[in-house]
Design a protein around this ligand. Structure first.
Ligand code: TRP
Length: 465
């Protein structure tokens, strides 16, 4: 994904390669951000948190917190031109700030490791559904048969383990070879294809007779249905879906040419990511309402609804199979970005080399994934934090998802915002971020005040409630 053209031409002294074009950078960042978060997680947390009001808070979090932090992370990467931890140290040194700021990158790295462990399990579900689609299992399905299909998958640890292992192997394979052009190309073709198939699914959804109901559910806010915990989940998801809070965007930004506007790029990525999530919602909720399914069904939501839709539309087996193929690809490009920073770090600290590090980290992550697999069946009654009301009924899997997305990512993002907003010289930001006059002021204000305060307020409210 990078060329070996020396970056000296852009006034950089380091000899790292750069992205071959601005489009390549946008695609790589989009590849990381568009993933299971958009298609799997967004619909199910929206269903669990009552719809409209939750979506509104989520959109506000993307615009006011997500996109500004995306810009801050890319800035740090491009300014530091090293791996995220070193970049942060260098930027801190240049601005006479404490090197301790890099704690935010460390928190992020731990989050990445834990997220990948369950992300791969869900990626495995999607992979299993490719087979179901291809063998015609969706055709003529009704809510009962489709539910049973999903139930059977969750009930068999062996099958889950097989798909989880396959998915993780695919991720390790790419990361151990270093990211190459192939990835860039697959993102160019596969992302737009996923977008088109989502449109097909939305097209079908308009024929269910319940499209209007879904639009109302998604876009008509009813704040009575939103809890303060729901606000935290919306905030956490803004980080999750944009791949923020774990230094990924810093790593990608470190290969970005000087001539590219960070501001404009961040807006393009943020809008694309949000569109994909909203399309997924528009494809899924009409099917939910048409079949009297439960909007708050939880993590299985897309696996219990979309197969119904594919089973009923013409050429459904073809579309259904393709859809899950593309979903696996989207998950794959995101998972690669989750493994990359930890591997980079292990590679630097040990003598294992690139592929040795990728295999070691991949193996440990795979092993942790087994905990998530067991949470779905043999350990489905194990709820370690049940003594707290909020965590009642939450399995290991649920808790890992909750703490990484809703605590670690926002915390790490808040530290990044504080660092960029308060420690980096204003002039250097102004020169680098590529926003003019007023817009720069808006971004600077958001980064300095709004993000840290918003994250802190949501945290404190949650602790008190
Ligand atoms: N953004 C991805 C998704 O929506 C998941 C992801 C990839 C991620 N890299 C990340 C989340 C880094 C947090 C941090 O599916």
């Amino acid at each position: 994904m990078t060329q070996s053209n020396p970056s000296a031409a852009n006034g950089d002294t380091s000899s790292r390669g750069l992205w071959s074009s601005r489009l390549a950078f946008i695609l790589a960042v989009t590849g990381s951000s568009v993933g299971l978060g958009n298609v799997w997680k967004f619909p199910y947390i929206t269903g669990e948190n009552g719809g409209g009001a939750f979506v509104l808070v989520y959109l506000a979090c993307i615009a006011v917190i997500g996109i500004p932090i995306l810009m801050a992370e890319v800035f740090l990467g491009r300014n530091g031109r090293h791996n995220p931890i070193t970049s942060m140290r260098l930027v801190a040194e240049r601005n006479l700030a404490s090197p301790l700021w890099r704690v935010s990158a460390i928190v992020g790295m731990i989050a990445a490791f834990v997220i990948l462990s369950f992300y791969s399990v869900i990626g495995g579900w999607a992979a299993a559904y490719i087979g179901h689609g291809a063998t015609g299992d969706f055709v003529g399905g009704n809510p009962d048969t489709i539910n049973a299909m999903f139930g059977n998958l969750l009930a068999s640890p062996g099958e889950l383990l097989l798909w989880h292992s396959l998915f993780m192997a695919l991720v390790v394979l790419v990361v151990s070879r270093g990211l190459k052009k192939g990835l860039e190309r697959s993102v160019t073709i596969l992302m737009p294809a996923l977008f088109v198939l989502l449109l097909v699914a939305v097209g079908y959804a308009t024929t269910t007779g319940h499209f209007g109901e879904a639009v109302t559910f998604l876009f008509k806010p009813d704040f009575g249905k939103l809890s303060i915990n729901g606000v935290l989940i919306a905030l956490g998801h803004a980080f999750f879906t944009l791949s923020l809070g774990m230094a990924i965007m810093m790593a990608y930004g470190s290969y970005l040419g000087r001539d590219v506007s960070i501001g404009r790029t961040a807006v393009i990525v943020g809008v694309t990511d949000t569109l994909v999530a909203l399309l997924a919602g528009l494809a899924i909720f009409p099917v939910v309402f048409a079949n009297n399914l439960e909007a708050g069904a939880g993590p299985g939501l897309i696996f219990q609804t979309l197969p119904l839709a594919f089973g009923q539309m013409p050429m459904g087996s073809v579309f259904g199979t393709l859809f899950f193929v593309l979903l696996v690809f989207a998950a794959w490009t995101s998972a690669i970005s989750l493994l990359e920073p930890v591997v980079e770090w292990v590679e630097e600290k040990t003598t294992l080399g690139r592929s040795g590090s990728a295999m070691l980290v991949g193996f440990l992550c795979w092993a942790l994934g087994i905990v998530s697999i067991l949470s779905l069946n043999l350990w489905s009654d194990v709820t370690p934090l049940a003594m707290f009301e909020r965590f009642e009924g939450k399995t290991f899997f649920d808790l890992m998802d909750y703490f990484t997305a809703n605590v670690m990512l926002p915390l790490s993002g808040m530290l990044t915002a504080l660092f960029v907003g308060w420690c980096v010289a204003r002039e250097s930001l102004k020169k680098d971020v590529g926003l003019d006059g007023k817009l720069f002021g808006v971004w600077y204000g958001l980064t300095r005040y709004v993000t840290p305060v918003a994250v802190a307020v949501v945290f404190v409210y949650n602790l008190l409630s």
